[in-house]
Write a protein that binds this ligand. Sequence first.
Ligand code: PEP
Ligand code: MN
Length: 342
Amino acid sequence: MLVIMKKEASKEEVCLVEQTINRLGFCTNTVKNSTRTIISITGNPDQAIVYYLENLPGVAEIIKATKSYILVTKQFHSGKSVIKVGSAEIGGSELAVIAGPCAVESKEQVLKTAAVVAKSGAKFFRGGAFKPRTSPYSFQGLGEDGLKMLAEVRERFGLNIITEAMDERGVDLVIKYADCVQIGARNMQNFSLLKYVGRLNIPVLLKRGMSATLDEFLLAAEYIMSEGNHNIILCERGIRTFSTHARNTLDLSIVPAVQNISHLPIVVDPSHGTGRNYMVAPLAKASVAVGADGLMLEVHPCPEEALCDGAQALTFDQYTKLYEEVLEIRKVSCEKTANLTM
Ligand code: PEP
Ligand code: MN
């Protein structure tokens, strides 16, 4: 449930609403965005609470958001959200490129890759230390040792680190070493994990579940926001369909669909979205053309030796060439949009 305060509501009025909710035994998360203050009520508030709140001074509206989302939408938020990740941002005028290997395998592997990523001009480095693998016998990641290697990448190259956590313990470790925690496709509906990262003050890159609808995807983001953390970047990474020519079907229509409803930035991951090296570049370009705020790209010094996802990894040369091409496309589409709005 959400209490939308009037634009002119005073601090005291907001405080009175919060105190009333707390007195009734529920928790609140208050967010002041560019237009107004929104107080979300967590727990299981019932209709009775509405009677206590609706006549308090400064209250504009009470929304029962049990089935739908509200904080992710543009309804009470003017403009796009730009999310600060370390020393850079995602959702602003610059295309955000997040590149690196699927998994952190060794210090040499990440440092070599990071040198290429930093040289290209990209600001974000990825690499999993905790890997959600289909088989328990596959490489599971280096854990905290891997995170330490990522921290060294940040130190040496100034790249901002985005890395996955699969559970609460993993999140606690990731926040020690990285700038943004990734919630992977398999955990998009791990609601307790979403609530956990929702209570933290670290940006979250939320990947779309393998068979998630737009509503389910946005509701997952809403879970995080309803706990108070509004620093979310959405990521399309392909969904499972009956097609077998690619690992997943990259659903680029979700980019304008998200932008139509939400103020959150959305990046596209054509590496997991296709699973095939030769498809990554064309789909990366298409993602930028369709208006994505950024790209997540897997890059490896020697894809055929990768411990994870080698078939979709770009070589250094492929990555460098692609980086330049996508910047060109971004430039053209920004110029076109600027002309249209002039
Ligand atoms: C990843 O980014 O390495 C990953 C496992 O992605 P996804 O959750 O999209 O499969
Ligand atoms: Mn991968």
